[in-house]
Design a protein. Structure first.
Length: 125
């Protein structure tokens, strides 16, 4: 179903709470009491596009997956702003080995020199 911003403004209470994020509309009325940040946070964003507020918090992947349960439609674009890009998780860092530490090489050479010095001293004595 397609919702307008006018539709959103009609659902901004504890009894009926709609949020729009990333071009989709969510009926989060049932989730209001469960939200870890409290109901006030969600009520403050009710009735308009809450994409920026949602993204600024840095919600977990689990929270983003949970949103699918509450999705009821899409937000109609009024043409004044571009349609938001869908969320994509940042790429996971690749396992890149750390560069060799030059101080460990110096320690290795120094230890080898001490051992060689001890061997030479033993042979000469």
């Amino acid at each position: 179903m397609i919702y307008t911003t006018a539709d959103l403004t009609k659902h901004n209470t504890k009894e009926s709470l709609f949020l729009a994020m990333h071009g989709k509309v969510y009926d989060v009325t049932e989730f209001l009491d469960e939200h870890p940040g409290g109901e006030e946070v969600m009520l403050d964003e009710a009735g308009h596009d809450a994409t920026d507020a949602f993204d600024d918090i840095g919600h977990s992947d689990e929270a983003r997956e949970l949103m699918a349960k509450y999705c009821i439609g899409e937000l109609e674009s009024d043409g004044s702003e571009p349609k938001p890009k869908p969320y994509r998780a940042p790429p996971k860092p690749k396992n890149v080995p750390a560069p060799a530490d030059s101080s460990s090489k110096i320690q290795y050479v120094l230890a080898l020199a001490v051992v060689a010095g001890c061997v030479v001293w033993k042979v000469l004595m």
